[in-house]
Write a protein that binds this ligand. Structure first.
Ligand code: ADP
Length: 563
């Protein structure tokens, strides 16, 4: 803009100066022409009167001005005298306009323009009393010639004018543009600028406040979005079709085991595994796609959905969920089903085989009792197994009735040891119950199963002549039950797994000892049900001690743990 204003001012100045120069030259030219004509007229009259008085000698003895040509022509037009040329060499002048006029009327004038010398000749002729004519010719420069004569000063003046106008234009244009440049586009103030700009500035101000309102709204929506996504436990990623991340919550980074991220970063920088890539590429192809990733020691379910706009995929929405527990439960469920099937099949096969032999009459009458005993034993195993499964599934599903009766632990232990008296005697195990009576709120049925399984194991996995010592103690706000035996013990590497369902330390040896592998699972869940803890201390061939701590004041929201 400054340049345009500058150019306009300089052009106007240049044109103005040129026009003024031309005008002055034209005026001067007019004046010069007039004065030249007047001068020639006066001279011719003066010379005519001098010749009248002094005769033709005056002409031959006068030194005329070089710029003025004096010619004496007789009445027939023949040149008698010429101040510039030999009179005889000149042609007849009778037909010259000014001479003809003077011969006729007494005085005559004319002017002629010579292209070659770019000059104008002004002639004036006066008739003398003898009929001859004195003609005086003078020249003056044409307009173009005068202009050419003045060209240098004109150019000088033009240059000066150009310089001056350039300086002035620069100053003026800067001054014109300054208030426009000074406009604060963020806070336009119509008072501080040209009043012609007021409507524009007002519009700008309205637009500014509209944009600012919209920006605030966008910002608040963005914050709302971020607040919502940040409070999610599921990961959420939104990516463009080039798989550049547009939004990503902290849960997504955590679940994918990724570090920090910045907007516009590739989604692959969060996880670069083949399975993740395939899942995303499938979704980009327009199909919802799912996969399971193993990251950070857990399993993540990834669901990538394409965001469609008309016929195109314009982005991806990726959900990531922690399914570690779900997958573990699923694995456990599968293992449990397969274990249960196996454990049920084994006694049933024996029962079927034995019964089949009895039915076929192949068994001798002496052996029938033994075969019957086998069937009874396997059936008992089946019943025990089914009972354990029922107990466990009740505890698992939390469908065991939430009993909150007062359980007398010492009396309960007494009752259980009484039930196991026979088995203990069979193995020659000395049983003792010490301590004090502690009563606690809880489920008598579940606590009975817990104690029964621990004491039963302490007898089963004991050595002949061994000991089983049960102790009930009272500690601040909790009851402590200790079940110690002097049996075969549990090798260290197995201790961490004995609470797993169907886990038995030594399968071949365990075959001989009746058991389902579910007893300690029931113990674990029973203790968790009561928000208690259980600890195992064992040494192979020396014995095992199970220490249970149960809160006397029941808190429903706590979970027990296995140490
Ligand atoms: P089971 O029905 O086989 O007894 P449990 O779940 O009760 O199943 O026990 C799991 C395994 O832990 C047992 O098979 C046994 O190997 C081991 N175990 C449990 N209690 C004892 C103990 N007191 N002494 C030695 N080993 C034990």
């Amino acid at each position: 803009m400054t340049k345009k204003i500058f150019a306009s001012i300089v052009t106007i100045c240049g044109i103005s100066v040129m026009a003024v120069m031309l005008l002055i030259t034209a005026l001067l030219n007019g004046k010069t022409a007039d004065s030249a004509a007047g001068h020639v007229r006066n001279e011719s009259r003066l010379i005519a009167s001098a010749v009248e008085k002094g005769g033709s000698d005056y002409l031959y003895h006068t030194d005329f001005d070089k710029d003025m040509r004096v010619t004496w022509i007789d009445s027939g037009g023949k040149v008698r005298f010429d101040s510039h040329k030999d009179a005889d060499s000149l042609e007849n002048h009778a037909d010259r306009e000014e001479v003809a006029a003077a011969l006729k009327t007494g005085e005559g004038s004319s002017s002629r323009y010579s292209e070659t010398i770019m000059k104008k000749t002004v002639n004036y002729a006066v008739r003398l009393s003898d009929g001859s004519v004195i003609r005086v010719s003078g020249v003056h420069s044409s307009f173009t010639a005068q202009l050419l004569k003045l060209i240098n000063p004109i150019l000088l003046i033009l240059a000066a004018a150009a310089l001056f106008s350039a300086l002035a234009a620069s100053m003026v244009s800067r001054n014109i543009v300054k208030p426009i440049n000074d406009i604060d586009l963020e806070h336009p103030d119509a008072q501080k600028s040209y009043k012609e700009l007021a409507p524009l500035l007002e519009k700008l101000r309205t637009q500014n406040s509209k944009v600012s309102r919209q920006m605030d709204e966008i910002q608040s929506r963005r914050e709302q979005f971020s607040l919502m996504t940040e409070s999610m436990t599921e990961g959420l990623i939104i990516a463009d079709p080039k798989l550049m991340v547009l939004a990503c919550n902290t849960a997504a980074l955590k679940l994918l085991g990724a570090g920090d991220f910045h907007k516009g970063q590739s989604i692959y920088s969060l996880n670069n595994s083949d399975i993740f890539r395939r899942c995303l590429l499938n979704a980009l192809g327009g199909r919802r796609s799912e996969c399971i990733l193993r990251t950070g020691g857990g399993q993540r379910e990834v669901i990538a959905s394409p965001a469609n706009s008309i016929d195109m995929v314009c982005g991806l929405v990726v959900f990531i969920m922690d399914v570690t527990e779900k997958q573990e439960l699923e694995t456990m469920r599968r293992e449990f089903t397969s274990n249960v099937s196996h454990e049920l099949k084994t006694p049933l096969t024996t029962i079927y085989g034995t019964a089949d032999m009895l039915a076929s009459g192949m068994v001798q009458s002496d052996d029938v009792a033994q075969f019957g005993e086998n069937i009874r034993g396997e059936a008992e195993r089946l019943i025990n197994l089914i009972n354990d499964i029922i107990s466990l599934s009740k505890l698992d599903e939390d469908s065991a009735p939430r009993e909150n009766e007062n359980v007398e632990l010492f009396a309960l232990a007494e009752e259980i040891l009484d039930r196991l008296k026979l088995s203990a005697e069979e193995k020659n195990i000395t049983v003792s119950l010490t301590g004090e009576n502690v009563s606690m709120p809880g489920s008598r049925t579940i606590l009975s199963e817990v104690l029964y399984n621990l004491c039963d194991n302490a007898i089963k996995y004991n050595v002949s002549g061994g000991r089983l010592d049960v102790k009930i103690a009272h500690a601040p706000q909790r009851a402590i039950i200790t079940v110690a035996d002097t049996g075969i013990g549990i090798p260290k590497q197995h201790i961490g797994r004995i609470f797993e369902r169907f886990y038995r330390v030594d399968k071949s040896r365990s075959r001989k000892i009746k058991g389902t592998g579910l007893g300690l699972s029931i113990v674990k869940h029973g203790i968790m049900y009561h928000n208690g803890t259980v600890r195992v201390d064992s040494e192979a061939d020396k014995g095992t001690v199970f220490t249970i701590e149960l809160p006397i004041e029941k808190k429903n929201n706590e979970q027990g743990e296995i140490i």
